[in-house]
Design a protein around this ligand. Structure first.
Ligand code: SAT
Ligand code: MN
Length: 616
């Protein structure tokens, strides 16, 4: 099929306009077939951009440009008409000005390249919660990744109408006069990179980067930044959340979503292997959840994606066996190291490499006798990724593609908090849960900053959606409150919990890494308590910060003695710590949102302070 065969006039004229501006050598409408995938892989292999992996069937390694290895938040823009609508946490440029600048960049930017037209669906095809888009891109790598991460190609046309989200992408490196990429990843210098969302138009324009969320526009740009705007207009929730299916030993099922800032093990939690007998965790999604009220008044969630774009380093048989299995075939690896026998390797894979490795920059180096490397000398880039089909995950839930979604019983928030925040506590009600979401954050550690004065401070990442919210974060809090108010029956709303797997006691030499809780599969012990809480079981005590496990309510069978000893400590309310927390929220966090901060949240903060004072 060609652009001329497209029946929808709005779609056709948008593509024609982009073709006129970008001037590609040719335009290909993607059908999403296996043959097309293999043809584009061959283009990349022949161009020296991809390496087939002997050890992983139908899988390829790409190396990006060293300047194009992650999302670029500084170059990500919410171009609403009014700056106030982008809010205090987003970069804003006037949309008229931004469009003028970007049109200048897009002019002729696809010379020497092919423009691919990718029709795609976020969510199961035909689902009442799904949304549709079209990405135009000059990157074969993007087409291949979109094939895994979304439902893309010919099958989408019957569902496309005037409501599609247009997503224009260019790597921003035209090839003039027959020039070739010559095995070099194409991108533009950082000051020419623009990852732009136009919320009023539900439009995405991305220029200059070929990597991940900058370029696979269905993911963060559409499914979070634009979808959060649409969700607010339409009364639902587009969230940076995993979705898991939890089955207890009696075979009863509950679905849980969870939002965590990066580096808190979100993908690991979504694919967790419980250590408590009889329990099962299965995956519905590892990154994004779209939640809408069903006819029965419950919130139903779909995973809008079809694949995992997971961080490779740190993924091992111990940390996440299921992710390794998911990425064992039909997978694209980016910026991992290459072994002599044609496999990928990364730091934290669980075993040292042998012989020589080609590192992510393409240099051949002797492998080290361990699976760690000094900072800055990693063989795999710390943000190296695997793009794997979700259906290959051994623990994918049988109903992960259910068009009506899965009914959510619990919502989790969490962060890395070495002190103050207990292992788990439950909000008293929906608005108190919104409060917990609004204060999500991780403590800044020496490992995450070069600025020593920042260490110990909390980097707030409300709802873990800070870089992905398409509008004013204060209005976003209000939207969550409005969704709770819109519930037909408040008792049917999911229960909201705050978990913290990362409490530390560096003075206790018995604890591995100083962590007071083992995490990983043992987090199932906390999930069990949450499951029972959703059933209203009498397993809690009322505390100044919310509901917490009563003594003996967390299953400790088989837990190492030193964790049994630390458990009471991480299930206590640290009154003095929480008073400092309240002060930090009042002085440093909430003032950012000015008059957009919902008054409900301020009264919950006041109430928390009162309860803490009364606890003395
Ligand atoms: O590159 S992505 O935005 O897809 C992943 C991430 O940075 O969270
Ligand atoms: Mn994410």
């Amino acid at each position: 099929m060609t652009v001329n065969d497209i029946k929808n006039a709005k779609i056709k004229s948008w593509i024609e306009e982009c073709v006129k501006m970008c001037e590609p050598d040719q335009v290909v409408v993607c059908d999403g077939s296996a043959a097309e995938y293999d043809r584009l892989v061959k283009v990349c292999v022949d161009a020296g951009l991809a390496t087939p992996l002997a050890k992983k069937p139908h899988s390829y390694l790409f190396r990006s440009d060293p300047s194009d290895v992650a999302r670029v938040e500084k170059r990500t823009f919410i171009a609403s008409k009014k700056q106030e609508d982008a809010g205090p946490t987003n970069n804003w440029i006037d949309p008229v000005e931004l469009k003028a600048t970007m049109k200048g960049l897009y002019k002729g930017c696809m010379h020497g390249r092919t423009m691919y037209v990718i029709p795609f669906c976020m969510g199961p095809l035909g689902s009442p919660i799904a949304k549709y888009g079209i990405e135009l891109t000059d990157s074969e790598y993007v087409v291949l990744n979109m094939d895994i991460m979304t439902r893309a190609g010919e099958k989408v046309w019957p569902y496309l109408d005037d409501n599609f989200v247009p997503c224009l992408h260019s790597v921003g490196k035209p090839l003039e006069n027959g020039a070739k990429d010559n095995g070099v990843w194409a991108c533009a210098p950082v000051e020419k990179k623009y990852i732009s969302q136009f919320p009023e138009e539900h439009l995405v324009w991305s220029f200059g980067s070929g990597y991940g969320g900058n370029a696979l526009l269905g993911k963060k740009c559409f499914a979070l930044r634009i979808a959060s705007v649409i969700a607010r207009e339409e009364g639902w929730l587009a969230e940076h959340m995993l979705i898991l299916k939890l089955t207890n030993p009696k075979g009863e099922v509950k679905y849980v979503t969870g939002a965590f800032p990066s580096a808190c093990g979100k993908t690991n939690l979504a694919m967790l292997i419980p250590t408590i007998p009889g329990w099962k965790v299965e995956t519905v999604g590892d990154d994004i959840a779209w939640m809408k009220f069903g006819k029965d008044g419950r919130l139903y969630a779909i995973n809008p994606e079809a694949g995992f774009f997971g961080v490779a380093p740190g993924t091992s048989a111990q940390s996440n066996k299921n992710a390794l299995e998911a990425a064992s075939k039909n997978t694209i690896f980016t910026n991992c190291a290459l072994t002599e026998d044609g496999d990928v390797w990364w730091e934290g894979i669980g075993y040292p490499a042998k012989g020589k490795l080609v590192d992510w920059k393409g240099n051949v180096r002797d492998a080290l006798p361990k699976d760690k490397s000094p900072k800055g000398e990693e063989f795999a880039h710390p943000n190296a990724r695997f793009t794997a089909p979700a259906k290959q995950c051994p623990c994918i839930a049988s109903d992960w593609e259910s068009p009506e979604g899965v009914p959510i019983s619990a919502i989790l928030f969490g962060g890395r908090r070495p002190s103050t925040v207990p292992l788990v506590h439950q909000s008293r009600n929906w608005n108190h849960g919104v409060f917990l979401g609004s204060i999500v954050g991780s403590e800044i550690t020496a490992a995450s900053t070069i600025d020593a004065s920042q260490v110990g401070k909390i980097r707030r990442d409300p709802f873990a959606i800070l870089p992905f919210c398409g509008y004013n974060m204060g209005d976003y809090f209000q939207h969550w409150i409005d969704v709770g108010n819109a519930a037909k029956d408040k008792d049917l709303l999911p229960k909201i919990f705050y978990v913290n797997w990362f409490r530390k006691d560096d003075n206790n030499a018995e604890l591995p890494g100083g962590f007071m809780w083992p995490g990983y599969g043992d987090n199932s012990r906390v999930l069990e308590w949450i499951f029972d809480r959703c059933d209203g079981k009498d397993n809690f005590i009322d505390t100044p910060i919310g509901y917490m496990p009563k003594e003996g309510a967390i299953n400790t069978d088989g837990l190492a003695d030193y964790y049994k000893k630390t458990l009471p400590e991480i299930l206590k309310v640290d009154v003095e710590g929480w008073k400092k927390e309240v002060k930090d929220i009042r002085e440093n966090h909430y003032p950012k949102f000015g008059k957009h901060l919902p008054k409900e949240l301020m009264s919950i903060l006041d109430d928390l302070e009162k309860r803490l004072n009364a606890a003395n």
